[in-house]
Ligand binder design. Sequence first.
Ligand code: GDP
Ligand code: MG
Length: 174
Amino acid sequence: MSMEDYDFLFKIVLIGNAGVGKTCLVRRFTQGLFPPGQGATIGVDFMIKTVDINGEKVKLQIWDTAGQERFRSITQSYYRSANALILTYDITCEESFRCLPEWLREIEQYASNKVITVLVGNKIDLAEKREVSQQRAEEFSEAQNMYYLETSAKESDNVEKLFLDLACRLISEA
Ligand code: GDP
Ligand code: MG
């Protein structure tokens, strides 16, 4: 029997423009809450959550990029050893979508060529303020060979699915 308290350990790093909801997604998934008001910054480097995937204990080490969202300030050390990246934009903020190619260039430059990247369109509870259509995002993600999911950290929509699907894919490619 293994001495470890898990069968798999994966490092997941959230990237994307400031304000898109990265910290809220992490807190929703790891703590089951949506932080009120501003100042959602966790203040630690990463959070841990262990999930059960078909009887396997999968330990997820989830890194948030609080305050480091400007391009090229997140350096190689941050991407190094990441098994997966969650590239997040805000569906109500066109600017956060238009910055995606910049983020992809960073990924190409710094991340492992085996990294799994998921594109996430967050804040779908604000549908009336949507600036980026689902079709446009799907076309973009298909062209880049990325899996795409829309979430709401506020309403807890697809957040569990995001991390559990990612854990499944990480196991299948491990
Ligand atoms: P970060 O800079 O990417 O970490 O973004 P935060 O997690 O700090 O969120 C930025 C702002 O967006 C905060 O005011 C959050 O309350 C808000 N926010 C985050 N996720 C959602 C969401 O799913 N829906 C809505 N309506 N607001 C959200
Ligand atoms: Mg944050």
